[in-house]
Design a protein around this ligand. Structure first.
Ligand code: ADP
Ligand code: ADP
Ligand code: ZN
Length: 205
């Protein structure tokens, strides 16, 4: 199965992606996580991408498409994959069509005021990749022992720009996939378990 998770920053894409990919036994492909790994490893791509992420802008379509093409050729993608944070522009979606065929697009819808709260409360684990709400582990330590941190681009000034960029560049993908007839929308305001259930039911999985 080949899936796309669509939704604004903070909608819960990463949280759901981990669960759905595990349930279906398919690869979880987060272009955001891939870019953050490049930045951590201080690669040429990472050095180029850092300034863009820090401003909340988008990395160029060519770079992202090249990255995704390489990624889906890897052996863990043979049974299928779930894109989280890709495509983010119509140009990326059009390029994807020339590479592979997507079965379903899951659109997670969340009220704007909740998005801002979720993003500013988000904490990440550098060791296991876990994503949490700050209230889950107020002492800042992941169950795996990792020291939780806040993403640089989760600061308030950057968040506002990311939401604007989402509206301008990514939201048009909803109509793009609606026209193709393979998109369904889930209520992302519900609890994490409830959202997972709605996605699973709609996938028939
Ligand atoms: P979120 O899950 O909060 O929406 P991501 O981790 O998906 O954020 O992405 C973080 C940043 O990485 C984006 O703001 C953007 O700068 C860059 N990025 C990630 N995926 C893409 C993509 N498909 N195209 C362009 N830029 C991307
Ligand atoms: P995205 O990948 O779309 O940017 P995340 O999955 O990283 O979103 O979730 C953003 C924040 O909101 C995280 O701190 C996560 O723990 C929290 N979160 C995700 N889904 C829900 C939900 N359904 N209800 C409440 N909080 C959620
Ligand atoms: Zn951890």
């Amino acid at each position: 199965m080949k899936l796309i998770l669509l939704g604004p920053p903070g909608a819960g894409k990463g949280t759901q992606a981990v669960r759905i990919a595990a349930r279906l036994g398919i690869a979880h492909i987060s272009t955001g996580d891939m870019l953050r790994a490049e930045i951590r490893n201080d690669t040429p791509l990472g050095r180029m991408a850092k300034a863009i992420l820090d401003k909340g802008e988008l990395v160029s379509d060519d770079v992202i498409i090249g990255m995704v093409k390489n990624r889906i050729a890897m052996s863990d993608c043979a049974r299928g994959f779930l894109f989280d944070g890709f495509p983010r522009t119509v140009a990326q979606a059009e390029a994807l069509e020339t590479i592979t065929q997507i079965d379903h697009v899951i659109n997670i819808e969340v009220q704007l005021n909740r998005l801002i709260d979720r993003i500013s409360s988000r904490r990440m684990c550098p060791d296991c990749g876990g994503t949490y709400h700050v209230s889950q582990y107020p002492d800042g330590v992941c169950p795996c022992g990792g020291k939780l941190y806040q993403r640089d681009d989760d600061r308030e000034e950057t968040v506002k720009n990311r939401l604007t960029v989402y509206e301008q560049k990514t939201a048009p993908l909803i109509a793009f996939y609606q026209k193709q007839g393979n998109l369904f929308t889930v209520n992302g305001d519900a609890s994490i378990d409830q959202v997972e259930l709605e996605i699973s039911e709609k996938l028939g999985a």
